[in-house]
Design a protein around this ligand. Structure first.
Ligand SMILES: Cc1cc2nc3c(=O)[nH]c(=O)nc-3n(C[C@H](O)[C@H](O)[C@H](O)COP(=O)(O)OP(=O)(O)OC[C@H]3O[C@@H](n4cnc5c(N)ncnc54)[C@H](O)[C@@H]3O)c2cc1C
Length: 457
């Protein structure tokens, strides 16, 4: 037996943690050094809201480790091998990362470790089924969700890993290892974040399970708050999706949650096979698409209005204001706001995707950028170019009593019922302080279809 190092990344929990079990089993009583590296390559695009949530998750983790989490700031390729040497670890244990940057980084960390006679041991991943595992019969990856889901279901998901009894953590200080500590929260401008950490995630899961039967019928209604809101915990691995799947039971609601978690695995798989799709269109079908509105000034004004929830389309503005207020947005409204940016304001999906990643506390490269590409018609959906959400109809259909819009747009809080979705039709005019629509949806829809047709030709 020899000490080991557990390098935490997107697995900030102690239960259902196969890499932790492997680290502990290899170390025996010789101890495990738990490390998290704050890497500026990942911190850069994260934005203060996600960083604040991450730091809070780290604090919660540190507490469950009796203050023995070693946090370092810098380049993992330097720091992890150094720390392994300092504690004379036989191995560094990780949950495998399948993202474009993470894979490369892990290879860079592995080289000096191996050169020094140590191992980088990958056990488990942040997914129910690891990317790359599910393929067609000929070994090719899936590009369409429904057959992926069928194969994912046939493949099955493992049961949660057995609980950790106790881990002999090696604290940083006693062995003279430097810890930089967990930074204080950055300024998040009043954004209200969910409680962070594994215990909070577990509580959120139990609350959600109590009403999971209603999920299938209500998940598309943002005014109901019927979804799990587990995404931030899944993002940082405070909960593993396997833990969620294991407790779902078998109602219609449970089956629908299962299929949503499969979407998460699907997008991670698509990104794994197509790392360039983090930045560029997955398909080339719309490579000739013209974006923009004839002047940078107009583009900037449109983008600003969209980010601040001041487009004059209530369901869009409510979503964008929820994002600013909570660092989270309901899935249906993510689709509506994304469609509006691309198809009504004619701005490229990448701009919206970047804004979401800066603002979402669950911001995740594969789910986000492929959610955007799905909406843009550049991703995994087969024939989407004609699907242009009408923001007024979407509002009336999915927020039928207008409660979601009234919750987030105080200027419209006095407008009753679904008329809140068309404030320009109110007898007294648009309530004071709320903007006129910045574009005419009917005209922009036509424009968008013409651009798509031109791009397809
Ligand atoms: C434009 C756009 C951007 C998005 N950006 C992100 C993102 O950055 N991070 C993120 O986690 N999800 C993203 N999603 C997917 C989805 O909107 C969120 O996962 C969901 O709203 C989170 O809320 P919830 O936990 O209550 O979901 P629930 O409805 O309770 O679903 C349970 C879990 O299933 C997964 N899931 C649900 N829907 C999807 C989906 N469409 N794609 C992938 N996974 C899904 C999530 O992990 C979620 O927590 C995006 C979707 C769109 C359309």
């Amino acid at each position: 037996m020899a000490p080991t190092l557990l390098w935490f990344r997107r697995d900030l929990r102690l239960t259902d943690h196969p890499a932790l079990l492997a680290a502990r089993d290899e170390a025996g009583d010789d101890g495990v050094l738990g490390v998290f590296v704050l890497d500026d390559t990942l911190r850069g695009p994260a934005g203060p809201v996600r960083l604040a949530f991450l730091y809070r998750c780290l604090r919660a983790l540190d507490e469950t480790m009796d203050g023995k989490l070693c946090v370092r700031v810098g380049d993992p390729a330097e720091l992890v091998p150094q720390l392994a040497e300092q504690v004379d670890a036989s191995s560094v244990h990780i949950s495998a990362d399948y993202g474009p940057y993470g894979r490369e980084r892990d290879e860079k960390v592995e080289q000096p470790l191996v050169a020094a006679g140590r191992r980088l041991v990958r056990t488990g991943s942040p997914y129910a089924v690891a990317p790359g595992r599910i393929t067609k019969d000929d070994g090719a990856p899936y590009r369409v969700y429904t057959p992926f889901y069928r194969a994912w279901t046939d493949h099955g998901v493992r049961r949660p890993a057995q609980g950790v009894r106790s881990v002999p953590w090696i604290g940083a200080d006693p062995v003279g290892i430097k810890t930089d500590g967990i930074p204080g929260d950055p300024d998040i401008d009043g954004t209200t974040l969910p409680e962070a950490g594994e215990k909070a995630g577990q509580r959120r899961l139990q609350d959600f399970l109590a009403g999971v039967q209603g999920y299938a019928d209500n998940r598309d209604l943002p005014g109901r708050d019927a979804t799990s809101r587990l995404s931030p915990y899944l993002k940082y691995g405070c909960l593993h999706p396997r833990t969620v799947l294991d407790q779902l039971g078998s109602s219609k609601g449970a089956e629908t949650v299962r299929s949503e978690i499969a979407w998460r695995d699907f997008y991670a798989d698509v990104l794994f096979h197509n790392p360039g799709s983090a930045r560029w269109d997955l398909t080339e079908a719309l490579a000739g698409m013209q974006y923009g509105n004839g002047s940078t000034e107009t583009d900037e004004q449109f983008f600003e209005a969209w980010t601040q929830g001041r487009t004059g389309y209530p369901i869009v503005d409510a979503g964008m204001r929820q994002l600013l207020a909570e660092g989270w947005m309901h899935n249906r409204v993510r689709m509506i706001t994304a469609s509006f940016l691309i198809k009504d304001l004619h701005l490229p999906w990448q701009r919206g995707a970047r804004w979401f990643l800066q603002r979402l506390c669950d911001g995740d490269l594969s789910s986000n950028n492929h959610g955007w590409q799905w909406t843009a018609g550049t991703g995994t959906d087969a024939a989407p170019y004609f699907r242009i959400f009408n923001p007024t109809l979407q509002g009336s259909k999915f927020d039928p009593d207008g409660s979601y819009v009234r919750r987030w747009i105080p200027e419209l809080s006095g407008v009753e019922g679904k008329s809140v979705h068309e404030p320009w039709k109110l007898r007294g005019g648009i309530p004071e302080g709320y903007p006129q629509p910045i574009v005419d949806h009917a005209a922009e829809r036509k424009d968008s279809l013409a651009r798509y047709e031109a791009a397809r030709r």
